[in-house]
Design a protein around this ligand. Structure first.
Ligand SMILES: NC(=O)c1ccc[n+]([C@@H]2O[C@H](COP(=O)([O-])OP(=O)(O)OC[C@H]3O[C@@H](n4cnc5c(N)ncnc54)[C@H](O)[C@@H]3O)[C@@H](O)[C@H]2O)c1
Length: 270
């Protein structure tokens, strides 16, 4: 293996949900490895400070492109734009996703009364969105015989959230992390294996990267409870995620497909 195997020079990468917290982490790793990046996100999506900073540094090596991953036509238009403005993609990071942040405490439901629309929407973005982007962008890679797809899962694809992390939060009812999130991520990891086997012979590798909780804005009590359950004794820093992403996106993992790489400090090993 040469040092070059982690490089992505002259490659075009697509990252969905690129403007949020982790999107710029993946995009930065890809840009710094030599790729040019199509940064797909909803029209009008708020742009994080990290995205803004990367966008200024990357210049024309990163292009913001509008895309709603739940709309097939929108994905097709985004792919056309990636091809015309950047070139043929050979890396896809299915990162767009929605979670349910701990709320202000006033509008909670018991599990018996959880709104089914909330469940449906999470599956629609996290699972069906990734499926449709894989159909369109991954399909293009399979037709050309070359590509690496990385689906962003979560530790909650493997284990249930520990509701005790949230029991200090005030509210009319206890905060309950929705079962839809983990269910959608577990299905995404399963779908990773589906496409890995389907497209292995067509030169497309498909893997999942499942992060644990990434440090950023959580309250102190949550952090203390969470960290007590992590063998490595801390939450993830964005920098912890870049090496694993580059490994899966590059020829360093040329013989790896259908794998879930958990980057969770050992959370799911206990
Ligand atoms: N942050 C964490 O601690 C963590 C941990 C494990 C897994 N993840 C996963 O990482 C991914 C990114 O998480 P994040 O923390 O950056 O979230 P985020 O909310 O900061 O960013 C998500 C991005 O996805 C975009 N998006 C939402 N719906 C979309 C749609 N229909 N079409 C296109 N884009 C859409 C949003 O506009 C946003 O920019 C998600 O899949 C999430 O489940 C995050």
């Amino acid at each position: 293996m040469s040092d070059r195997s982690f490089r992505l020079d002259n490659q075009i990468a697509v990252v969905t949900g690129a403007c949020g917290r982790l999107g710029p982490v993946w995009a930065e790793a890809l840009v710094d490895a030599g790729a040019r990046v199509g940064a797909l996100d909803l029209a009008g999506a708020p742009v994080s400070a990290n995205y803004q900073a990367l966008s200024e540094r990357a210049g024309d090596r990163m292009r913001r492109i509008e895309c709603d991953v739940t709309e097939r036509r929108s994905i097709e238009r985004a792919l056309d734009e990636v091809i015309s403005r950047l070139g043929e993609p050979s890396v896809l990071v299915n990162n767009a996703g929605i979670d349910q942040p701990p709320d202000a405490g006033s509008d909670r439901a018991s599990i018996e009364n959880l709104a089914i629309d909330q469940f449906r929407r999470m599956v629609e973005v996290n699972l069906l969105g990734a499926f449709q982007v894989t159909q369109v962008v991954g399909g293009r890679m399979a037709a050309r015989g070359n590509g690496a797809i990385v689906n962003i899962g979560s530790l909650y694809g493997s284990v249930s959230p520990d509701q005790r992390f949230y029991d200090h939060m005030p509210g009319n009812l206890p905060f309950l992390k929705s079962p839809a999130y983990g269910a959608s991520k577990a299905a995404l990891v399963n779908m990773t294996r589906y496409f890995a086997t389907l497209w292995g012979s067509r030169g497309v590798r498909v893997n999942a990267l499942s992060p644990g909780g990434v440090l950023g804005g959580q309250d102190e009590q949550f952090r203390a409870k969470y960290v007590a359950r992590v063998p490595l004794g801390r939450m993830a820093q964005p920098a912890d995620l870049k090496g694993p992403l580059l490994f899966l996106a590059s020829s360093a993992s040329a013989y790896v497909t259908g794998h879930e790489l958990r980057v969770d400090g050992g959370f799911t090993a206990w």
